[in-house]
Design a protein around this ligand. Structure first.
Ligand code: PLP
Length: 391
């Protein structure tokens, strides 16, 4: 069976060049980068080259790039250290954040007594920046704003520059979870006064188990993993040299092909919206994902007009991989908080959300196969006129 992968928001396939670069590093550069002999120093040079490459990409200094094991670790470090080391007493966030952000914030609330304020998005998943400004002005407490750049379930994207400027004007720190957008678009942090950002290599055809945190030097953030002096003492632990090299190679490929990849993914999303709308009666798209603006093109969040909790399994049996929520919560019994924000109670009860996510490797034939499969499955459901209340 020809297998079709449409779950690129969960993880992306590794690029061949990334695998080659990593295998070569594992064979040739096994030294510990902290060792002073040539084996260690050769490994260290590889790491520093990738750090320089990332600094150039983001228009920051290499000292502001801290390698970590993943996006989850980067976000934990930024939120927890902001409270523990920078005296943050209040966090402004939203219910749309990835669990690694929302759970870190909750932990700081429970263990450190931090005040947490959530901005509830509207039914399209938009965050009201006037509300953010009002909140920023309403308290003298040292504040961290944690609002993700693009949402991993509905694709909504926020104006990172506008938020950063609002935070700066109101003396608040700003953390943007950029896991969904890093390497997919250009960033210039010399122009965007964001304080912290996060990245995970497996979201752009790099390996799992490696990411980085951007930490603006002026913040003075410290690490939470103690031990050796690796990563300028911000993140102890022997570096994942092959993983970092893989991250660098994946970034290089994304930067060199950025426009071509983006154009292709945009075309695929447009095609998917057309095909699914034509073949699946009464399908809807959630948040801003059905629009070609204000959302990332790689995510299409659909809503089937009937309840089918086994849809993921049914598609999987036809060789098609999609997600029914984000990968991190799809095994959970609780409905996703993001879906609760953008769907009506009726839709939650009677409909089925699907996350379809693309990469530059996705083809129109993949979309045709998905549309056919969904059309067939939908036929089996008597599409009763349930009078589901949509917004
Ligand atoms: N933030 C967002 C928006 C994500 O989509 C994910 C992963 O799905 C993460 C953070 C966590 O990244 P990692 O899988 O590298 O821990």
């Amino acid at each position: 069976m020809n297998k079709i992968y449409l779950d690129n928001a969960a993880t992306t396939p590794l690029a061949e060049e990334v695998i080659d670069a990593m295998v070569n590093t594992m064979k040739m550069n096994f030294g510990n980068p902290s060792s002073t002999h040539s084996f260690g120093q050769e490994a260290k040079i590889l790491i520093e080259n990738v750090r320089r490459q990332l600094a150039d990409y983001l228009h920051v200094t290499p000292a502001e790039i801290i390698f970590t094991s993943c996006g989850t670790e980067s976000n934990n470090m930024i939120i927890k250290s902001s409270v523990e080391h920078l005296g943050v007493e209040r966090i402004i966030s939203s219910p749309l954040e990835h669990k690694c952000v929302s759970e870190s914030i909750l932990d700081m609330k429970n263990r450190k007594g931090v005040e947490v304020v959530y901005i509830r998005p509207n039914e399209k998943g938009d965050i009201d920046l006037n509300k953010l400004e009002e909140l920023l002005k309403s308290s003298d407490k040292k504040t961290l704003v944690s609002l993700m750049h693009a949402n991993n379930e509905i694709g909504n994207i926020v104006d990172i520059k506008k938020i950063a400027e609002l935070c700066k004007a109101n003396n608040a720190l700003y953390h943007s979870d950029t896991v969904k957008t890093m390497a997919h678009m250009k960033f210039d942090f010399s122009d965007i006064p964001v304080d912290f950002a996060s990245c995970s290599a497996h979201k752009f055809h790099g390996p799992k188990g490696v990411g980085f945190a951007f930490i603006r030097k002026s913040t003075g953030l410290k690490g939470i993993i103690t031990g050796g002096p690796q990563e300028r003492s911000l993140r102890a632990g022997t570096e994942n040299v092959a993983g970092i090299v893989g991250l660098g190679k994946a970034l290089e490929l994304c930067i060199n092909n950025m426009e071509a990849y983006a154009d292709h993914i945009r075309e695929i999303k447009k095609y998917a919206i057309e095909q699914l709308s034509a073949k699946v009666p009464n399908i809807k798209f959630n948040g801003r994902s059905g629009e070609m603006e204000n959302s990332v093109d790689s995510v299409l969040s659909a809503l089937l007009p009937y309840k089918d909790p086994l849809i993921g399994l049914q598609l999987d049996m036809k060789g098609i991989a999609i997600s029914q929520g984000s990968a991190c919560s799809s095994g959970a019994s609780k409905p996703s908080m993001v879906m609760m924000m953008v769907l009506t109670e009726d839709e939650m009860e009677h409909c089925t959300p699907l996350r379809i996510s693309f990469s530059h490797m996705t083809t129109k034939a993949d979309i045709d196969a998905l549309a056919e499969a969904l059309a067939e499955i939908s036929k089996d459901f008597a599409i009763e006129k349930t009078n589901v209340e949509h917004r």
